[in-house]
Design a protein around this ligand. Structure first.
Ligand code: G3P
Length: 218
């Protein structure tokens, strides 16, 4: 499973990228707002750092507006993925922009039918929002599973990009189901390394090591 980082915080992206954990980046208007930076400037900085797909989201509501904004965002760098919402106009924009050979991420997907339409419109990525479904007592992971089954039934090449990931268990479950990509906040990726038994085991080893009086480096 590819790891995308869901943030516009360039320090956090750099930190994870130094460990080889970043295959791509996703941003959205809320994340740009959180960064406090200009969308083009911060997105360019991210694209210069990460060679993989970097999603930048349009904000127009009509297809023509999304297409114009998408083309403008695509000028930032070759690895820009244009993000459009899963509305009828978003699907129209997806069809046009993907027809121009651009990568398109169709976002705010909450049903298998929406994902089916995005694949038919030529989406490079479909972004089902797991956490927001869980928030309203639905099962976000069941959606990932349904989309995986449907895409596999027909050989759609659209990649499933599990989004709105909130917990480390979301990462495990998305990987088990076979999501192509998971985009997660930096903290969730860092937490994947933690285990209380690792900490406890390390503590025990170090206590015993101290008793030997030895040093590895002299
Ligand atoms: O990738 C989509 C993500 O940014 C939304 O996450 O936690 O706001 O639902 P969240």
């Amino acid at each position: 499973m590819k790891f995308f980082v869901d943030t516009a915080d360039t320090d956090a992206i750099r930190d994870l990228n130094n460990l080889g954990m970043v295959d791509g980046v996703t941003t959205n208007p809320s994340l740009i707002m959180k960064s406090g930076r200009d969308i083009k400037e911060v997105t360019k900085e991210i694209c210069d750092m990460i060679p993989g797909p970097v999603s930048a989201e349009t904000v127009a509501l009509d297809a023509d507006g999304m297409i114009a904004e998408g083309r403008e965002l695509a000028k930032i760098a070759d690895n820009i993925t244009i993000k459009v919402p899963l509305t009828w106009d978003g699907l129209k924009a997806c069809k046009v922009l993907s027809g121009e050979g651009r990568m398109v991420n169709v976002t705010l997907c909450f049903s298998a039918n929406q994902a089916l339409l995005a694949a038919k419109a030529g989406a490079t990525f479909i972004s089902p929002f797991i956490g927001r479904l869980d928030d309203i007592n639905l099962d976000g992971m069941e959606l990932i599973s349904d989309i995986r089954e449907i895409y596999d039934n027909y050989g759609y090449e659209t990649q499933i990009l599990a989004a709105s990931i909130r917990t480390v268990n979301h990462m495990t479950d998305a990987a088990r189901i076979g999501a192509d990509v998971a985009t997660a906040p930096p903290d969730v990726i860092r937490k994947m390394a933690s285990h209380p038994l690792t900490d406890k085991g390390l503590e025990g080893f170090l206590k015993d090591w101290e008793k030997t009086g030895q040093k590895i480096l002299s």
